[in-house]
Design a protein around this ligand. Structure first.
Ligand SMILES: NC(=O)c1ccc[n+]([C@@H]2O[C@H](COP(=O)([O-])OP(=O)(O)OC[C@H]3O[C@@H](n4cnc5c(N)ncnc54)[C@H](O)[C@@H]3O)[C@@H](O)[C@H]2O)c1
Length: 468
């Protein structure tokens, strides 16, 4: 993008993606990107594109003035050649994008736009410096000219390159790409098998979110509950998840109806005879999960993947009453499951590489970032997360205020504090998962009674489905 912005014209295909995604890496666009984009599309749009790191498609880029002509891929090179000759021979204007000013908003208006952008950035990411640096650099170019902006851009870029934010975000970038390569699994040439129907057991907070994520990506889903009341409540939650997309204008009513029609509610296992994957999301109780997996083995076809959304329980324990250890796997989603991108795929020593490859593919199709981890109490995320929650509980029992702890943590940069989170997750789940740690690591867990006492007092948190 930098290079083509510095050219005299740009030709694109209708679907090419054009953007400056550097802020995602803790940097600002270099090589004049911060200076030329505002001059090509205006300050507002340029800031939006840079600050959100979101690309635009060729067609939109054409409407914005970033691209001068749209052609089909097979016409791209020949059209570009013709434009080069036209520009060279002055049949088309010789435009130096760094000196263009016609798209720049007048200085007064520009300052208002920059002020608004700064306020937005401070609100959305108060701990991040580089978006503000980006706005400063854009401002320099507007106030003192493109060349001056280029100097400031180069200097700021060098500074940011050394920042911890940049190093961490670059690490995240490569780590996210690395998640799809699992040695001994994805390098065996295995092809993911077709998954045409998925069953979800439990229509509570997690089950309804998982079912939503699946139907949103076109998977027909059977949702099983214990009785009609809970089933209707579960289906209601899925509908509400989709309805909120309609309200936000992200989904048409027609698409809503089509998506909902992929969901079928059931109360028994009769419809499980042709499912390719089951994701169990009932409460965190070992005996209940063991019984469910024993039942699944009886009703589901031999090839069916048997996944659990358990937060903490050792999968070997869940599968103890079955002979299907090679197809038992963890599919650990995070709440709200239809929104949060992480999917922890838990494999035991016996889980087959094929089952992992299949779940990786489903994860990708439902637009998650699947991360394959080993099996143990708490897996990777909760194993890290639990000591953090415990430390917060310890502080409260030593006299600290819950709201103060949450405030400090939010200020540090977490989206919310540990107590707000436990409220959202639901005390039933928090207690059940906490118990797993206390039972499995008694010598290094702190047993707090705070949450159990609150629940006993009827203060249940936001997820009111607990204990069902
Ligand atoms: N709440 C979270 O943030 C979170 C996050 C990740 C994972 N998890 C895990 O997901 C699982 C479910 O948690 P939740 O928060 O959705 O619980 P929940 O209490 O909201 O929902 C559980 C649902 O399972 C249903 N159920 C119970 N037995 C059933 C059976 N035999 N057949 C069908 N349905 C049955 C209940 O009726 C209830 O609706 C737990 O293992 C939990 O550890 C929860």
């Amino acid at each position: 993008m930098f290079l083509c912005q510095a050219c005299h014209a740009r030709i694109s295909t209708p679907t090419a993606q054009l953007g400056l995604p550097e802020l995602q890496l803790g940097l600002i666009p270099g090589f004049g990107g911060t200076q030329r984009l505002p001059r090509l599309v205006g300050i507002s749009k340029a800031l939006e594109m840079m600050l959100t790191s979101k690309p635009v498609k060729g067609e939109e880029a054409h409407d914005l003035g970033l691209v001068d002509a749209i052609v089909s891929p097979d016409q791209l090179v020949s059209t570009a050649r013709k434009w080069v000759l036209d520009i060279l021979e002055r049949r088309r204007p010789w435009v130096a994008s760094l000196h263009k000013t016609d798209k720049l908003e007048p200085l007064g208006e520009a300052r208002e736009i920059l002020k608004f952008a700064r306020a937005q950035v401070r609100k959305q990411a108060p701990n991040l410096k580089h978006p503000l640096v980006c706005i400063d650099v854009v401002e320099e170019g507007i106030a003192s000219g493109g060349r001056s902006g280029l100097w400031k851009e180069a200097e700021s870029f060098q500074g940011l390159l050394q920042s911890d934010t940049c190093k961490s975000l670059v690490h995240v970038f490569f780590a996210q790409r690395g998640t799809s390569k699992v040695p001994g699994v994805t390098d065996r040439g295995l092809m993911p098998r077709r998954v045409t129907k998925v069953a979800v057991i439990g229509g509570g907070l997690m089950g309804s979110g998982i079912a939503t994520a699946l139907i949103l990506s076109g998977y027909p889903v059977i949702l099983k509950e214990v009785n009609d009341k809970f089933l209707q409540a579960g289906i209601g939650r899925v509908r509400a998840n989709l309805q909120s997309r309609v309200k936000k204008g992200k989904m048409t009513q027609e698409k809503f109806e089509k998506t909902v029609s992929l969901l079928k509610g059931v109360l028994d296992y009769e419809n499980f005879r042709d499912v390719d994957m089951v994701i169990e999301a009932v409460i965190e109780k070992v005996s209940l999960k063991q019984q469910i997996f024993a039942d699944l083995e009886k009703y589901c076809p031999q090839h069916c993947i048997l996944a659990s959304n358990t937060s903490t329980i050792d999968l070997n324990l869940i599968g103890e009453k079955t002979k299907s250890h090679d197809r038992i796997i963890g599919a650990h989603f995070f709440s709200p499951a239809h929104v949060m991108p992480l999917l922890e795929i838990v494999r035991t020593n016996q889980t087959s590489p094929q089952a992992i490859v299949d779940l990786l593919e489903v994860g990708k199709r439902i637009k998650k970032t699947p991360v394959v981890v080993g099996n143990c109490t708490g897996f990777a995320v909760n194993r890290v997360f639990f000591p953090y929650t415990q430390a917060a509980l310890l502080l409260v029992e030593r006299g600290a205020d819950v709201y103060q702890i949450d405030r400090v943590i939010s200020k540090f940069g977490m989206p919310m504090g540990p107590f707000r989170l436990v409220d959202l997750v639901g005390f039933g789940v928090a207690i059940a998962t906490g118990t797993q740690f206390v039972v499995n690591f008694p010598e290094r867990t702190y047993k707090s009674m705070l949450i159990p006492l609150m629940q006993e007092d009827g203060r249940a948190g936001n997820n009111l489905l607990l204990g069902l």
